[in-house]
Design a protein around this ligand. Structure first.
Ligand code: XIL
Length: 507
């Protein structure tokens, strides 16, 4: 960790730390606060040579001579993989009415650099503007935080008050009821976990205390699993050959294996988060789309390779799969336009289920997963798709995403959707439950709790079909919809009223 040396800075650090400690039941520590009074404090210009940084004499650092948006003041930080960091920095520019700034991290592993944007803000001319973000550190050997621009690559600007706060939540690992125990004997209770979260032992011990089934949030999607470069090599001899890799999913899969908990695989076939190259000759998106026959070959080989590799490395861990995700169009209820539909045609779903059944280890449950099953015409579209898949006999169940808002859809709509899908007799899962709210006032948190409670009570009406309920994440601040506080635990990993409502519904 970067430690501070200067007495004034130390005082500031203590004050800020105490203020933060008072407001949160997490162990937080200011790990770094910039001090631009005497020197550039470890910051340097990231550029191809022309950019320069200087002290302004007023506690800020100025960058000039930029020739690209990423040319920026940056600084290296030592971070621990899996831990959560809060960041904040002020920016000011005097050049134009408004400019867009981004707080980013450039991380590298074995010399290969990659980037993540952590916060965005528009800065009005002459006004100090704050960028604030959160970062769960990945598995990298170098992390550089930097402040860059968007479409303003030659702008001069200043930064001040860069603060890095390390946050170690006091996880309630043994002190609160466990959702998996509350619903034991009825269905599994689980959550989604992303790569970086899976790197922290403490965090995973907490998640493991609450949940008994896990879905990688992104890491088993085709953009993580399809090895495009290796597939390009193979395609020289056989256009239908496919290479896959599991490195993104590895931390969660090996943790699950070690701890004897189940994983639900998400997802084999989807229109999103799938490399465009998958659909082109030689896996090269500059070339034409492949034929139906080649795409069917790739589909089968992809599914086969994923099933074989997961079973070889993590036998028995993945108990079920979303074979296809989100194939129905919201406004028409027909099949959504996608590369899959364009190249293979309407039977791409039936073929995906056929191949999944053929190659999945025996007993693996195969699901079709979608959202908006509380709304028409989507629900009718989902129903006819399910019926046609059931006629072929390779589908086991339907996954309701349930990305809801506290005010929409209504309980009546959700329950009507559930009832209609349940009438198929298929197994049911709730795969991605979250409920957004506009603010965190006591009243709104209570409404959110009521909504979660109502949903759980509806679900309990299907004891013979419902096999698992999974939230899409654990803590609000790490959610894909973090700005709308949709989950059961707050940013300090403390249970929210919604958590207690889910517990109560199960008692
Ligand atoms: C989301 C992830 O949570 C995000 O991290 C990612 O940027 C986009 O995808 N429906 C799904 C999930 O089936 O795969 C999506 O997950 C959320 C909506």
């Amino acid at each position: 960790m970067t430690l501070m040396k200067k007495p004034l800075a130390l005082l500031l650090t203590l004050t800020l730390t105490l203020a933060l400690l008072a407001s949160a039941s997490a162990e937080t520590a200011v790990l770094y606060q910039s001090d631009f009074s005497a020197d550039t404090d470890g910051w340097y210009p990231r550029s191809l040579g022309a950019a320069a940084i200087e002290l302004t004499g007023e506690g800020a650092l100025k960058i000039t001579g930029r020739a690209g948006d990423w040319h920026s003041p940056g600084r290296d930080f030592e971070l621990t993989a899996g831990e959560t960091y809060q960041l904040k920095v002020d920016v000011r520019q005097g050049d134009r009415p408004e400019a867009r700034f981004i707080l980013s991290v450039a991380h590298s592993k074995n010399g290969v650099e990659s980037y993540e944007n952590l916060a965005f803000a528009n800065a009005k001319q002459g006004e100090w503007t704050t960028l604030e973000g959160v970062y769960v550190a990945g598995d990298f050997d170098r992390n550089v935080f930097y402040v860059e621009t968007y479409s303003a690559g030659t702008l001069d600007y200043e930064i001040r008050d860069f603060v890095l706060i390390g946050e170690k939540p006091e996880y309630e690992t043994e002190t609160i009821p466990a959702l998996k125990d509350v619903y034991a004997g009825r269905f599994d209770f689980g959550t989604a976990v992303t790569f970086n979260e899976a790197l922290s032992k403490d965090r995973m011990a907490f998640y493991g205390s609450q949940f008994n089934i896990f879905t990688p949030g992104n890491e088993l999607k085709p953009d993580s699993v399809l090895d495009v470069l290796a597939s390009q090599q193979l395609a020289r001899d056989d256009e239908t050959a496919v290479a896959v890799k599991l490195n993104a999913a590895a931390p969660l899969l090996s943790w699950a294996q070690l701890n004897g908990v189940k994983v639900h695989g998400h997802v084999l076939v989807w229109h999103n988060q799938t490399p465009e190259a998958f659909f082109h000759e030689s896996y090269s998106f500059a070339k034409p789309l492949v034929s139906r026959e080649v795409m069917l070959g790739r589909l089968e080989n992809y599914i086969r390779a994923v099933m074989e590799l997961t079973e070889e490395k993590y036998p028995g861990v993945i108990v079920s799969w979303d074979v296809v995700n989100e194939a129905i169009d919201d406004s028409t209820g027909k099949l959504r336009d996608s590369r899959w539909l364009q190249i293979i045609g309407e039977d791409y779903l039936a073929r995906a289920f056929e191949y999944a059944r053929k190659w999945a280890p025996e007993g693996t449950l195969l699901f079709y997963n979608d959202y908006n099953s509380a709304l028409e015409p989507k629900l009718t579209g989902i129903m006819s798709l399910l019926e046609s898949l059931m006629a072929e006999g390779n589908i086991d169940g339907y996954g309701f995403q349930m990305h809801h808002d506290v005010a929409f859809p209504s309980d009546a709509q959700i329950s009507a959707g559930l009832k209609r899908v349940a009438a198929t007799g298929l197994l049911l899962r709730v795969s991605e439950l979250d409920v957004t709210i506009p603010d965190t006032s006591e009243a709104t948190l209570q409404k959110q709790a009521d909504k979660y409670g109502a949903i759980m009570r509806m679900l309990l009406e299907y004891p013979n079909q419902l096999i698992s309920v999974q939230t899409w994440g654990v803590q609000d601040n790490l959610s894909w919809r973090a700005s709308q506080y949709p989950l059961l635990f707050d940013a300090q990993a403390q249970p929210k009223p919604a958590f207690w409502a889910v517990v109560e519904a199960g008692q």
